[in-house]
Design a protein around this ligand. Structure first.
Ligand SMILES: [Zn+2]
Length: 416
Protein backbone atom coordinates (compact mmCIF):
# COMPACT_ATOMS: atom_id res chain seq x y z
CA UNK A 1 0.00 0.00 0.00
CA UNK A 2 2.89 2.32 0.76
CA UNK A 3 4.29 1.78 -2.72
CA UNK A 4 0.95 2.67 -4.20
CA UNK A 5 0.68 5.81 -2.06
CA UNK A 6 4.14 6.95 -3.20
CA UNK A 7 3.29 6.20 -6.81
CA UNK A 8 0.04 8.15 -6.64
CA UNK A 9 1.71 11.12 -4.97
CA UNK A 10 4.15 11.23 -7.89
CA UNK A 11 1.27 10.87 -10.31
CA UNK A 12 -0.65 13.80 -8.81
CA UNK A 13 2.47 15.96 -8.92
CA UNK A 14 3.05 15.04 -12.58
CA UNK A 15 -0.54 15.82 -13.58
CA UNK A 16 -0.40 19.16 -11.82
CA UNK A 17 2.96 19.94 -13.49
CA UNK A 18 1.58 18.98 -16.89
CA UNK A 19 -1.44 21.21 -16.44
CA UNK A 20 0.63 24.14 -15.23
CA UNK A 21 3.49 23.95 -17.70
CA UNK A 22 2.64 21.81 -20.75
CA UNK A 23 0.38 23.49 -23.35
CA UNK A 24 -0.82 20.17 -24.82
CA UNK A 25 -2.13 18.79 -21.53
CA UNK A 26 -3.56 22.13 -20.49
CA UNK A 27 -5.63 22.11 -23.65
CA UNK A 28 -6.64 18.44 -23.32
CA UNK A 29 -7.69 18.93 -19.71
CA UNK A 30 -9.77 21.95 -20.59
CA UNK A 31 -11.41 20.13 -23.49
CA UNK A 32 -12.22 17.07 -21.42
CA UNK A 33 -13.06 19.12 -18.33
CA UNK A 34 -10.78 17.02 -16.23
CA UNK A 35 -8.68 19.18 -13.96
CA UNK A 36 -5.68 18.07 -11.91
CA UNK A 37 -7.83 17.78 -8.77
CA UNK A 38 -9.99 15.18 -10.52
CA UNK A 39 -7.04 12.81 -10.79
CA UNK A 40 -6.64 11.63 -7.23
CA UNK A 41 -5.09 8.31 -8.07
CA UNK A 42 -4.49 5.62 -10.66
CA UNK A 43 -8.15 4.68 -10.87
CA UNK A 44 -8.97 8.18 -12.12
CA UNK A 45 -6.46 8.05 -15.00
CA UNK A 46 -8.98 6.73 -17.57
CA UNK A 47 -10.64 10.16 -17.35
CA UNK A 48 -7.76 11.38 -19.53
CA UNK A 49 -7.38 10.29 -23.17
CA UNK A 50 -4.70 7.90 -24.37
CA UNK A 51 -1.64 9.63 -25.87
CA UNK A 52 -0.88 8.09 -29.25
CA UNK A 53 2.36 8.06 -31.17
CA UNK A 54 0.83 10.30 -33.77
CA UNK A 55 -0.11 12.82 -31.06
CA UNK A 56 3.53 12.94 -30.05
CA UNK A 57 4.59 13.39 -33.64
CA UNK A 58 2.16 16.22 -34.32
CA UNK A 59 2.40 18.03 -30.97
CA UNK A 60 6.04 17.63 -30.09
CA UNK A 61 6.53 21.26 -29.09
CA UNK A 62 3.24 21.58 -27.25
CA UNK A 63 4.10 18.44 -25.27
CA UNK A 64 7.31 19.99 -24.01
CA UNK A 65 7.16 21.75 -20.66
CA UNK A 66 7.46 25.53 -20.82
CA UNK A 67 9.72 25.28 -17.82
CA UNK A 68 12.10 22.72 -19.27
CA UNK A 69 15.52 24.26 -19.84
CA UNK A 70 17.49 23.40 -22.95
CA UNK A 71 19.81 21.30 -20.84
CA UNK A 72 16.91 19.24 -19.50
CA UNK A 73 15.87 18.06 -22.95
CA UNK A 74 17.53 14.91 -24.18
CA UNK A 75 16.56 14.48 -27.84
CA UNK A 76 15.94 10.82 -28.57
CA UNK A 77 14.52 8.73 -31.36
CA UNK A 78 12.79 5.39 -30.92
CA UNK A 79 14.78 2.66 -32.56
CA UNK A 80 11.52 1.36 -34.02
CA UNK A 81 11.24 -1.94 -35.81
CA UNK A 82 8.46 -1.94 -38.35
CA UNK A 83 7.14 1.26 -36.80
CA UNK A 84 8.41 4.55 -38.08
CA UNK A 85 10.97 6.13 -35.80
CA UNK A 86 9.54 8.72 -33.48
CA UNK A 87 11.40 11.77 -32.20
CA UNK A 88 10.74 13.03 -28.66
CA UNK A 89 12.49 14.43 -25.59
CA UNK A 90 13.54 12.56 -22.56
CA UNK A 91 14.34 14.36 -19.35
CA UNK A 92 18.10 14.47 -18.93
CA UNK A 93 17.72 14.39 -15.16
CA UNK A 94 16.34 10.85 -15.40
CA UNK A 95 19.49 9.26 -16.81
CA UNK A 96 20.81 8.11 -13.41
CA UNK A 97 17.38 6.69 -12.59
CA UNK A 98 17.39 4.73 -15.83
CA UNK A 99 20.79 3.33 -15.01
CA UNK A 100 19.69 2.42 -11.52
CA UNK A 101 16.76 0.42 -12.91
CA UNK A 102 19.13 -1.57 -15.12
CA UNK A 103 21.57 -2.33 -12.35
CA UNK A 104 18.72 -3.20 -10.06
CA UNK A 105 17.44 -5.75 -12.58
CA UNK A 106 20.82 -7.49 -12.43
CA UNK A 107 20.69 -7.76 -8.69
CA UNK A 108 17.55 -9.90 -9.01
CA UNK A 109 19.49 -12.27 -11.24
CA UNK A 110 22.33 -12.54 -8.72
CA UNK A 111 24.91 -10.66 -10.77
CA UNK A 112 26.36 -7.16 -10.52
CA UNK A 113 27.49 -4.61 -13.10
CA UNK A 114 31.05 -5.59 -12.17
CA UNK A 115 30.58 -9.11 -13.56
CA UNK A 116 31.73 -9.61 -17.12
CA UNK A 117 29.12 -8.95 -19.77
CA UNK A 118 28.56 -9.97 -23.31
CA UNK A 119 26.27 -7.60 -25.16
CA UNK A 120 24.47 -8.51 -28.37
CA UNK A 121 23.17 -5.23 -29.57
CA UNK A 122 23.72 -2.57 -32.12
CA UNK A 123 21.16 -0.23 -30.74
CA UNK A 124 22.85 3.15 -30.98
CA UNK A 125 20.49 4.66 -28.43
CA UNK A 126 21.47 2.01 -25.97
CA UNK A 127 25.15 2.44 -26.76
CA UNK A 128 24.98 6.13 -26.02
CA UNK A 129 23.00 6.09 -22.84
CA UNK A 130 23.99 2.78 -21.38
CA UNK A 131 26.47 2.95 -18.57
CA UNK A 132 26.35 -0.80 -18.55
CA UNK A 133 28.13 -0.78 -21.88
CA UNK A 134 30.66 1.73 -20.64
CA UNK A 135 31.02 -0.06 -17.35
CA UNK A 136 31.10 -3.40 -19.09
CA UNK A 137 34.11 -2.31 -21.10
CA UNK A 138 35.83 -1.13 -17.95
CA UNK A 139 35.41 -4.43 -16.15
CA UNK A 140 36.15 -6.76 -19.00
CA UNK A 141 32.86 -6.97 -20.82
CA UNK A 142 32.56 -7.11 -24.55
CA UNK A 143 30.06 -6.94 -27.30
CA UNK A 144 30.02 -9.55 -30.00
CA UNK A 145 30.48 -8.25 -33.57
CA UNK A 146 27.15 -8.91 -35.19
CA UNK A 147 28.80 -9.90 -38.46
CA UNK A 148 30.17 -12.89 -36.58
CA UNK A 149 26.69 -13.91 -35.48
CA UNK A 150 25.19 -13.29 -38.89
CA UNK A 151 27.89 -15.34 -40.62
CA UNK A 152 26.46 -18.43 -38.86
CA UNK A 153 29.93 -19.89 -38.36
CA UNK A 154 29.88 -21.56 -34.93
CA UNK A 155 33.60 -21.60 -34.11
CA UNK A 156 34.35 -17.84 -33.95
CA UNK A 157 31.28 -17.39 -31.74
CA UNK A 158 32.40 -20.02 -29.27
CA UNK A 159 35.93 -18.58 -29.26
CA UNK A 160 34.57 -15.19 -28.21
CA UNK A 161 32.42 -16.77 -25.51
CA UNK A 162 35.43 -18.68 -24.18
CA UNK A 163 37.60 -15.58 -24.21
CA UNK A 164 35.11 -13.24 -22.53
CA UNK A 165 33.69 -15.91 -20.20
CA UNK A 166 30.66 -13.72 -19.57
CA UNK A 167 28.70 -14.02 -16.34
CA UNK A 168 25.87 -12.18 -18.07
CA UNK A 169 24.76 -12.35 -21.68
CA UNK A 170 22.37 -9.59 -22.78
CA UNK A 171 20.63 -9.16 -26.07
CA UNK A 172 17.57 -9.22 -28.24
CA UNK A 173 15.93 -12.67 -28.39
CA UNK A 174 16.57 -12.89 -32.14
CA UNK A 175 20.30 -12.47 -31.55
CA UNK A 176 20.35 -14.77 -28.54
CA UNK A 177 18.64 -17.29 -30.79
CA UNK A 178 21.53 -17.12 -33.26
CA UNK A 179 24.07 -17.25 -30.45
CA UNK A 180 22.49 -20.36 -28.96
CA UNK A 181 22.30 -22.01 -32.39
CA UNK A 182 26.00 -21.35 -32.91
CA UNK A 183 26.92 -22.85 -29.54
CA UNK A 184 24.84 -25.98 -30.16
CA UNK A 185 26.19 -26.38 -33.70
CA UNK A 186 29.80 -26.08 -32.55
CA UNK A 187 29.34 -29.37 -30.73
CA UNK A 188 31.73 -28.47 -27.94
CA UNK A 189 30.92 -27.37 -24.43
CA UNK A 190 31.64 -23.81 -23.32
CA UNK A 191 34.61 -23.35 -21.03
CA UNK A 192 32.52 -21.18 -18.70
CA UNK A 193 28.76 -21.05 -18.55
CA UNK A 194 27.07 -17.67 -18.14
CA UNK A 195 25.20 -17.33 -14.84
CA UNK A 196 22.23 -15.62 -16.42
CA UNK A 197 20.78 -14.44 -19.71
CA UNK A 198 18.95 -11.14 -20.10
CA UNK A 199 16.74 -10.11 -22.94
CA UNK A 200 14.58 -7.15 -23.83
CA UNK A 201 13.03 -5.26 -26.75
CA UNK A 202 11.51 -8.30 -28.43
CA UNK A 203 9.36 -11.15 -27.17
CA UNK A 204 11.07 -14.48 -26.61
CA UNK A 205 9.23 -17.46 -28.01
CA UNK A 206 9.33 -20.87 -26.40
CA UNK A 207 11.45 -22.09 -29.29
CA UNK A 208 14.22 -19.61 -28.48
CA UNK A 209 13.85 -20.21 -24.77
CA UNK A 210 14.37 -23.93 -25.31
CA UNK A 211 17.45 -23.35 -27.45
CA UNK A 212 19.02 -21.06 -24.87
CA UNK A 213 18.33 -23.52 -22.09
CA UNK A 214 20.11 -26.25 -24.07
CA UNK A 215 23.03 -24.05 -25.09
CA UNK A 216 23.71 -22.34 -21.76
CA UNK A 217 21.69 -24.02 -19.02
CA UNK A 218 21.37 -20.62 -17.35
CA UNK A 219 18.27 -18.88 -16.02
CA UNK A 220 16.65 -16.35 -18.36
CA UNK A 221 15.48 -12.93 -17.19
CA UNK A 222 13.65 -10.31 -19.10
CA UNK A 223 13.42 -6.56 -18.77
CA UNK A 224 10.86 -4.25 -20.23
CA UNK A 225 11.63 -0.72 -21.26
CA UNK A 226 11.51 1.53 -24.29
CA UNK A 227 13.57 4.35 -25.72
CA UNK A 228 10.74 6.77 -24.87
CA UNK A 229 10.79 5.97 -21.17
CA UNK A 230 12.92 7.08 -18.24
CA UNK A 231 14.00 3.60 -17.21
CA UNK A 232 12.95 -0.02 -17.05
CA UNK A 233 9.21 -0.38 -16.54
CA UNK A 234 9.41 -3.95 -15.37
CA UNK A 235 11.53 -7.04 -15.02
CA UNK A 236 10.99 -10.71 -14.39
CA UNK A 237 11.94 -12.37 -11.13
CA UNK A 238 13.36 -15.87 -10.66
CA UNK A 239 9.79 -17.20 -10.83
CA UNK A 240 9.44 -15.72 -14.29
CA UNK A 241 6.75 -13.24 -13.25
CA UNK A 242 6.73 -9.61 -14.38
CA UNK A 243 7.11 -7.06 -11.60
CA UNK A 244 6.42 -3.40 -12.32
CA UNK A 245 8.52 -0.41 -11.31
CA UNK A 246 6.15 1.76 -9.27
CA UNK A 247 8.86 4.34 -8.58
CA UNK A 248 8.92 5.31 -12.22
CA UNK A 249 5.70 4.38 -13.93
CA UNK A 250 2.02 3.64 -13.91
CA UNK A 251 1.17 0.78 -16.28
CA UNK A 252 -2.42 0.23 -17.38
CA UNK A 253 -3.89 -2.52 -19.53
CA UNK A 254 -6.77 -1.05 -21.54
CA UNK A 255 -9.27 -2.25 -24.11
CA UNK A 256 -10.04 -0.86 -27.54
CA UNK A 257 -8.34 -0.98 -30.90
CA UNK A 258 -4.83 0.39 -31.39
CA UNK A 259 -5.02 4.17 -31.61
CA UNK A 260 -8.37 4.46 -29.82
CA UNK A 261 -8.03 7.49 -27.53
CA UNK A 262 -10.46 5.99 -25.00
CA UNK A 263 -8.89 3.35 -22.88
CA UNK A 264 -10.79 1.65 -20.09
CA UNK A 265 -9.22 -1.05 -17.90
CA UNK A 266 -9.29 -4.52 -19.48
CA UNK A 267 -7.90 -7.93 -18.57
CA UNK A 268 -5.90 -7.92 -21.75
CA UNK A 269 -5.22 -5.32 -24.36
CA UNK A 270 -3.01 -2.33 -25.03
CA UNK A 271 -0.38 -1.24 -22.56
CA UNK A 272 -0.68 2.41 -21.68
CA UNK A 273 2.16 3.87 -19.65
CA UNK A 274 2.53 7.04 -17.61
CA UNK A 275 6.14 8.02 -17.05
CA UNK A 276 6.35 9.57 -13.59
CA UNK A 277 9.92 10.79 -14.07
CA UNK A 278 9.94 12.74 -17.31
CA UNK A 279 8.97 16.30 -16.46
CA UNK A 280 10.58 17.82 -19.54
CA UNK A 281 8.10 16.13 -21.87
CA UNK A 282 5.51 14.31 -19.79
CA UNK A 283 4.07 11.13 -21.28
CA UNK A 284 0.71 10.54 -19.63
CA UNK A 285 -1.21 7.44 -20.69
CA UNK A 286 1.13 6.84 -23.59
CA UNK A 287 0.21 3.97 -25.92
CA UNK A 288 3.55 2.31 -26.30
CA UNK A 289 2.47 -0.24 -28.90
CA UNK A 290 2.72 -3.38 -26.79
CA UNK A 291 -0.08 -5.73 -25.85
CA UNK A 292 -0.29 -7.31 -22.40
CA UNK A 293 -2.47 -8.94 -19.80
CA UNK A 294 -3.29 -7.58 -16.37
CA UNK A 295 -2.44 -9.59 -13.28
CA UNK A 296 -5.00 -10.71 -10.77
CA UNK A 297 -4.79 -10.04 -7.05
CA UNK A 298 -2.39 -12.88 -6.34
CA UNK A 299 1.04 -12.34 -4.83
CA UNK A 300 4.20 -13.59 -6.49
CA UNK A 301 5.72 -16.64 -4.79
CA UNK A 302 9.11 -14.86 -4.89
CA UNK A 303 7.86 -12.70 -2.02
CA UNK A 304 8.39 -9.33 -3.67
CA UNK A 305 5.47 -6.98 -3.26
CA UNK A 306 6.01 -4.88 -6.38
CA UNK A 307 2.83 -5.21 -8.44
CA UNK A 308 2.65 -7.77 -11.22
CA UNK A 309 1.83 -7.67 -14.89
CA UNK A 310 0.16 -10.84 -16.14
CA UNK A 311 2.14 -10.99 -19.35
CA UNK A 312 3.55 -9.22 -22.35
CA UNK A 313 2.31 -10.30 -25.74
CA UNK A 314 4.49 -8.26 -28.00
CA UNK A 315 4.15 -5.34 -30.29
CA UNK A 316 0.78 -4.67 -31.85
CA UNK A 317 2.23 -5.34 -35.28
CA UNK A 318 3.58 -8.71 -34.17
CA UNK A 319 0.15 -10.27 -34.44
CA UNK A 320 -1.13 -12.44 -37.23
CA UNK A 321 -4.56 -11.58 -38.55
CA UNK A 322 -6.42 -14.62 -39.87
CA UNK A 323 -8.91 -14.71 -42.72
CA UNK A 324 -11.81 -14.97 -40.25
CA UNK A 325 -10.58 -11.94 -38.35
CA UNK A 326 -8.88 -13.65 -35.40
CA UNK A 327 -5.73 -12.05 -34.05
CA UNK A 328 -3.00 -14.37 -32.89
CA UNK A 329 0.24 -13.12 -31.29
CA UNK A 330 3.31 -14.27 -33.20
CA UNK A 331 4.62 -15.62 -29.93
CA UNK A 332 1.97 -18.37 -30.09
CA UNK A 333 3.20 -19.46 -33.53
CA UNK A 334 6.78 -19.48 -32.28
CA UNK A 335 5.79 -22.42 -30.10
CA UNK A 336 5.07 -24.42 -33.24
CA UNK A 337 8.47 -23.49 -34.67
CA UNK A 338 10.06 -25.76 -32.04
CA UNK A 339 9.15 -28.56 -34.41
CA UNK A 340 12.01 -27.63 -36.74
CA UNK A 341 14.21 -25.70 -34.39
CA UNK A 342 17.28 -27.81 -35.13
CA UNK A 343 16.78 -27.55 -38.88
CA UNK A 344 16.61 -23.77 -39.05
CA UNK A 345 18.99 -20.98 -38.13
CA UNK A 346 16.18 -18.50 -37.90
CA UNK A 347 12.90 -17.43 -39.46
CA UNK A 348 10.50 -14.56 -39.84
CA UNK A 349 6.73 -14.35 -40.29
CA UNK A 350 5.52 -11.89 -42.89
CA UNK A 351 1.99 -10.82 -43.62
CA UNK A 352 0.45 -8.34 -46.04
CA UNK A 353 -3.08 -9.75 -46.21
CA UNK A 354 -5.14 -11.97 -43.90
CA UNK A 355 -5.39 -14.82 -46.42
CA UNK A 356 -1.68 -15.65 -46.41
CA UNK A 357 1.06 -15.95 -43.83
CA UNK A 358 4.55 -16.13 -45.33
CA UNK A 359 7.31 -17.78 -43.34
CA UNK A 360 10.87 -17.03 -44.43
CA UNK A 361 13.24 -19.68 -43.08
CA UNK A 362 17.04 -19.91 -43.10
CA UNK A 363 17.76 -23.65 -43.20
CA UNK A 364 20.83 -25.21 -41.58
CA UNK A 365 21.15 -27.83 -44.29
CA UNK A 366 18.80 -29.68 -46.56
CA UNK A 367 15.25 -28.44 -46.10
CA UNK A 368 13.19 -30.01 -48.83
CA UNK A 369 9.60 -29.58 -49.82
CA UNK A 370 8.35 -32.29 -47.49
CA UNK A 371 9.81 -30.39 -44.54
CA UNK A 372 8.38 -27.12 -45.74
CA UNK A 373 4.96 -28.68 -46.07
CA UNK A 374 5.18 -30.27 -42.65
CA UNK A 375 5.89 -26.90 -41.09
CA UNK A 376 3.20 -25.14 -43.09
CA UNK A 377 0.64 -27.74 -41.98
CA UNK A 378 1.56 -27.36 -38.31
CA UNK A 379 1.28 -23.57 -38.46
CA UNK A 380 -1.95 -23.80 -40.38
CA UNK A 381 -3.43 -25.91 -37.61
CA UNK A 382 -2.80 -23.03 -35.20
CA UNK A 383 -4.23 -20.38 -37.50
CA UNK A 384 -7.38 -22.24 -38.46
CA UNK A 385 -9.07 -22.25 -41.84
CA UNK A 386 -8.88 -19.60 -44.50
CA UNK A 387 -5.32 -18.50 -43.98
CA UNK A 388 -2.73 -20.27 -46.12
CA UNK A 389 0.83 -20.69 -44.86
CA UNK A 390 3.73 -20.46 -47.31
CA UNK A 391 7.19 -21.52 -46.19
CA UNK A 392 10.08 -20.13 -48.24
CA UNK A 393 13.75 -20.95 -47.67
CA UNK A 394 15.99 -17.86 -47.87
CA UNK A 395 19.73 -17.33 -47.39
CA UNK A 396 19.38 -14.60 -44.78
CA UNK A 397 16.85 -12.35 -43.06
CA UNK A 398 17.55 -8.64 -43.22
CA UNK A 399 18.05 -6.73 -39.99
CA UNK A 400 16.60 -3.42 -38.99
CA UNK A 401 19.07 -0.57 -38.54
CA UNK A 402 19.07 -1.30 -34.81
CA UNK A 403 20.19 -4.90 -35.34
CA UNK A 404 16.76 -6.22 -34.38
CA UNK A 405 15.06 -8.87 -36.41
CA UNK A 406 11.36 -8.67 -35.66
CA UNK A 407 9.74 -12.08 -35.53
CA UNK A 408 6.89 -10.66 -37.55
CA UNK A 409 6.78 -8.14 -40.39
CA UNK A 410 3.22 -7.11 -40.96
CA UNK A 411 1.58 -4.29 -42.85
CA UNK A 412 -1.77 -5.19 -41.31
CA UNK A 413 -1.21 -3.80 -37.84
CA UNK A 414 -0.04 -0.29 -38.23
CA UNK A 415 -2.70 1.28 -36.06
CA UNK A 416 -0.94 3.64 -33.67
ZN1 LIG B 1 8.31 -12.48 -8.31
Amino acid sequence: MELRARQEARLRALIRWAYDTVPYYRRVMHETRVLPDNIRGINDLPLLPVLRRRDVKVHLDALTSERAGKRDLLPTVTSGTSAEPLGFYRDRRTVPFEQATKWHSMEWAGVTPADSHLMLTMDRVLERTSQVTWWGRMVGGASIPLEVLYSREPDPVVEILDRVAPAVVLGYPSLLHLLAQAVLRSGRPLRTRPRCIFYQAEQMGEDTRGLIARAFGAPIFSRYGAAELSGLVGQTCDRGRWHLNTEGFVVEVVGGEPGDPHGMPASNGRLVITDLRNHAMPLIRYEIGDMGTAAGEEKCPCGRTLPLLGGLEGRIWEWVVTAVGLRIPAIILQRTMRLHIDLLWEYQFRQDRPEVLEVAVVPVGDYGEDRQEELARALQAVLGGGTAVRVTPVSHIPREASGKRPVMKSTLHQGR
